[in-house]
Design a protein around this ligand. Structure first.
Ligand SMILES: NC(=O)c1ccc[n+]([C@@H]2O[C@H](COP(=O)([O-])OP(=O)(O)OC[C@H]3O[C@@H](n4cnc5c(N)ncnc54)[C@H](OP(=O)(O)O)[C@@H]3O)[C@@H](O)[C@H]2O)c1
Length: 274
């Protein structure tokens, strides 16, 4: 399969380039292809005539989005809309990535694909607007929501906490729950999904849920470090954006695409980061 990849410089973009080795991937980072430029996308699609466009690009500065909503909507809504227009015009499928932030985080059970979105932050609202544009403009879409994504490449919560692991005590919130997702596991699942032509919306995230506190305790145990992990409520760590307190995802879709348990992803991350 010939695949045009946008957002190649990010965590998932890197993982895809590592995993999609059976495919020919034309990988573009932001400098090479800005998804907010419709004509540049049209030209790139015309040059490569790919079998699939995979959008791993996003405006992911969740807190900054509250200060600069226009930037968030440009990257997360206008960009996907451009990709949907350019691909639909040629009958090309589009795989677009989304997030648990489209939900309000008030659930007490894992969110599935038929739950009704209700975003509470500008980031979540802009990602939902991107999903809606893709759904409306290109019927051949895969929209994949994931949660708490991390990789050895790039910036993420796990790497931040690993960097703090030499401190005698670290404080971690114990009232936020999610599905930690190791980017290479997600990329392998996407490689399976794109062969199905079963278009629709999917939740693909590390299997099972955990709190940030338990996640970091598990990380430190795997790293063999002795830092004291102190649990605190989110109220002691205020953020600009409202962070969904419950971000665990599950799937009801057919074909069901499951990732390994989140603990397996974390163990592989620690192995490959050594
Ligand atoms: N990270 C998470 O915890 C998480 C959780 C759930 C869902 N997701 C979703 O999963 C997908 C992949 O996330 P990720 O963690 O791999 O993101 P990431 O590491 O932040 O990578 C996103 C990439 O997109 C690029 N980009 C931003 N605006 C662009 C534009 N206008 N045109 C082209 N490229 C642009 C960024 O470039 P610059 O760095 O130069 O801006 C960056 O390289 C995204 O859709 C994200 O919303 C992520």
């Amino acid at each position: 399969m010939h695949i045009l990849l946008t957002g190649a410089g990010g965590q998932l973009g890197h993982a895809i380039q590592g995993i999609f080795s059976n495919h020919e991937v034309f990988a573009y980072d932001r400098q090479q292809l800005d998804i907010t430029h419709l004509e540049a996308i049209r030209a790139s699609v015309a040059t490569h005539t790919p079998d699939l466009v995979l959008n791993a690009a996003a405006y992911n500065a969740v807190d900054q989005a509250e200060r600069d909503p226009e930037a968030a909507y440009r990257g997360n809504a206008l960009g996907p809309r451009n990709l949907a227009l350019a691909t639909a015009a040629r009958g090309i499928p589009l795989l677009h990535m989304s997030t648990n932030y489209v939900f309000d985080g008030l659930s007490h059970r894992p969110y599935h694909e038929f739950d009704v979105p209700h975003p509470q932050s500008v980031y979540g609202q802009s990602k939902l607007a991107g999903e809606e544009a893709v759904r409306a403009l290109n019927p051949k879409h895969y929209i994949v929501r994931t949660s708490w994504l991390y990789h050895t490449h790039g910036n993420n919560f796990i790497k931040t906490m690993r960097a703090l692991s030499q401190q005698p005590e670290v404080r971690v919130v114990d009232d936020q729950f999610g599905s930690p997702t190791y980017a290479p596991h997600l990329a392998a699942a996407l490689a399976r999904l794109v062969t199905t032509e079963a278009f629709g919306t999917y939740h693909i995230a590390g299997r099972g849920g955990t709190s940030r506190f338990d996640l970091i305790q598990t990380l430190y145990a795997l790293l063999g470090v002795r830092s004291q992990v102190k649990s605190i409520p989110s109220a002691e760590m205020p953020r600009l954006a409202k962070c969904p307190s419950y971000a665990v995802l599950t799937t009801l879709q057919e074909p069901a695409i499951h990732l390994p348990p989140w603990q397996d992803g974390l163990a592989q991350f620690v192995q490959s980061a050594l």
